[in-house]
Design a protein around this ligand. Sequence first.
Ligand SMILES: [Zn+2]
Length: 410
Amino acid sequence: MPADALKCKECSTTYPLEARFVCERCFGPLEVAYTRPEGTADELRRRIQAGPHTLWRYADFLPVQHARSALPTGWTPLVKADRLARELGIRELYIKNETANPTHSFKDRVVSIALARAQELGFDTLACASTGNLANAVAAHAAAAGLPAYVLIPNDLEEQKVLATGTYGAQIVAVRGTYDDVNRLCTEVSGERPNWAFVNVNLRPYYAEGSKTLAFETVEQLGWELPDRVVGPIASGSQFTKLARGFQEFIDAGLVSGEVPVMNGAQALGCSPVATAFAEGHDIVRPVKPDTIAKSLAIGNPADGPYAIELARRTGGAIDSVTDDEIRAGISLLAKTTGIFTETAGGVTIATLKKLAERGDIGGDERVVAMVTGDGLKTLDAVRGSFEVAEIPASLDAFDERFAYEEVAA
Ligand SMILES: [Zn+2]
């Protein structure tokens, strides 16, 4: 394993690779510290290319000893979106289509890594605090591994996500409160149950590493080149910051040359504490009470918010927010130009991409990648009533009457 310690992001104190997430000295967040993977860049590239078509092909950059998961995850399509690019006036645009993961969102990545590490550390139960997609992933991966699962969610989540989670056999606990209340409760439960692995609480440093694989795949799928700009959603800010870390690790390993792309974050206006702090020039994020259709992004007190702001500034990017109507329009625009149906979080990303294009932020020679992180079947209410269904009797006359047809002359 190339990981050698957990390290505080604030004061750099190091700890062994245990289930631990907060610095004892300064209460800062911990993340995995790595040694450089063995071998030359060419050897490393060959090792990756000879690996499985899952995120485990990047085992040299992941904090587990034995790469494994019963539910293969990752290596999702990078779709060249020429019609959407034309519509928005962007030269070269790709959609990283995370709906293709086993439970149809990017959360399968983070759960894969957290579960593998949890098993190495001897935990016997998988758990999480979730806004919906993580609940799906924890339930499914626990089922595949034969572990019991407890998922704690706010009690107002989309029915589609709750139904799928329960079907995988997880115990759902619907908490009367916001995600931030759920998260606090999970931290308390985690302190009392030492054999439970809360993937995004006590296993958080390992869990967060899973998001790097999105960046690794993007580089490899672009033929070992970097995009110029990445647009992705921000909930806790973890994925957004780990994307940049993934690009940086590939640059440092000599696998690709260039700089970390310009990073653009996307939030829903109804839960936009990071976008607000960015716009006001603040480094600290003031918590908010979420009210948006983008429930998977509805984290009012985002743990990695300040790091997301620093990253956007450092790379010349920005963090924007979009209204619920813009989110619905974003879902529709993506579906009609690419054939990809995304959930509300993807609508946030595409609406933000559109805003950047209209504002003139995207240069005429740029290669842009947008992260579409979850499937539209998870949030069907967002599109209900957005189109008309033609209902007719089962007769040819009725069809012809409803849809006029003119034969084209040969
Ligand atoms: Zn510290």
